[in-house]
Structures are given as C-alpha cells and as structure tokens.
Design a protein around this ligand. Sequence first.
Ligand SMILES: [Ca+2]
Ligand SMILES: [Ca+2]
Ligand SMILES: [Ca+2]
Length: 212
Amino acid sequence: MTSSTTTGTPILTVQVQRLLDCASTCSADNACLVFGYSNVTSICQGYSQLQTYNGITLIFNLGSTERIFKNDQSCSRAGFDFVQKGRVCVRLFTSGYNWDDAKDRCESYNGRLIVIDTRQKLEGISEYLAGIGHGSDELWIGANDKVNEDTWMWLDGQTVDQSYWDDVILNNVDQKDLWAFNADCGRIQDSALSDDSCDVSQGYVCERTDIV
Ligand SMILES: [Ca+2]
Ligand SMILES: [Ca+2]
Ligand SMILES: [Ca+2]
C-alpha cells in the first residue's frame, strides 16, 4: 500500500528511534512546520506545509501507524504571529497591493487573505492590529461581492455575517471615485467592515489556517 499524504513533498526524511527524536529533528530545521512519524518503519518526515480545504486540514491515507504533528512554533517559524483570541496565525503586510495581488501574495505564503468569520476572531485581529500600531489602517481581507453585488462572500465560500462587526459600511462606493459604484472588495479598519474598489492599493492581512 502506498502511503500518501497531502502534506506535500517532505523537506526531510530520516529514520529515528522514537517519535521524540523526530520532533527534535523537525525542531532543529527552521523550515519544518509539521512532521509525520511511523512507529512501524521508524521513518520521520518533515514538511513545510499542510494542505487545507475550506479550513479543514487534510491528512489522507496515513493508516494507523503514521501520525502527523504540528510544530508548536509553526506559526512564528513561518513568519506569522499567533493570536490566542480566535486562534489565528496572522501576518500583516503594510506594502500596498490591489486586492487580487494581495490575495495572490497571501497564497504565495501558503496562506490566504484573512477570513474573519467570528466575533472572537474579529476581536483577536483588531487587538493584534491595534497592538502593532495598525488598527486604523485600511487593510484588505478575504471578503468580496464580485459575483453578486451586495452578496458578500468569504474566500472559503461562506457568506459574510455582518452582525458582529463594530460597524459595517458596505455602500459600493469607491473612495477615490465616489460616482463609480463599483466597490467589490472588503477591508477592515478599526473593527469595521467596509468596501472599496478592488484596484485600490493598500496593505492586507494574511492568515495561515494549516499551522494554527
Ligand atoms: Ca459590483
Ligand atoms: Ca465604500
Ligand atoms: Ca460591491
């Protein structure tokens, strides 16, 4: 039987005596964010990412002998910060990009533009951004109403619940061209959700859901 996982290509493969040895091997390698160990073959493999689908981590065909573990320091090793409230692994990028490019850039870090789908996560993110002096920035997040005007969707396919935001200003008004009525991308600023033209260049917030 072939053992395949959705963890991607291993960045390290070694045979070690115990699970703990595998953990320390992964720990010693800065790129190692998750690791798998088989009691049967004693094979230890380290990976730089886990694959996720709709926020669910996928681990296939591991059988009963191999287990996958996340390195406790995964989030910080990946260059992100772990926020306890809402349990989010987040990174702020202050350099300006349009929404599509910001989305691509998050993906290039094995993440996504942040999906803020609970009040707790909103509070965690808002406190985090305020704590690093960027609470009042206008920052792209993973919400848009590109497909159907006024139907706001998160990147993972959920509908945006507008009930728990401090303020919601989804007026389809482009801040630079007030008559354009073409604002389809979502941003956060001071715990409020607002929209602007997707072409606007601004900072953005990425998250990694695979290593929380
Ligand atoms: Ca539109
Ligand atoms: Ca607007
Ligand atoms: Ca719109």
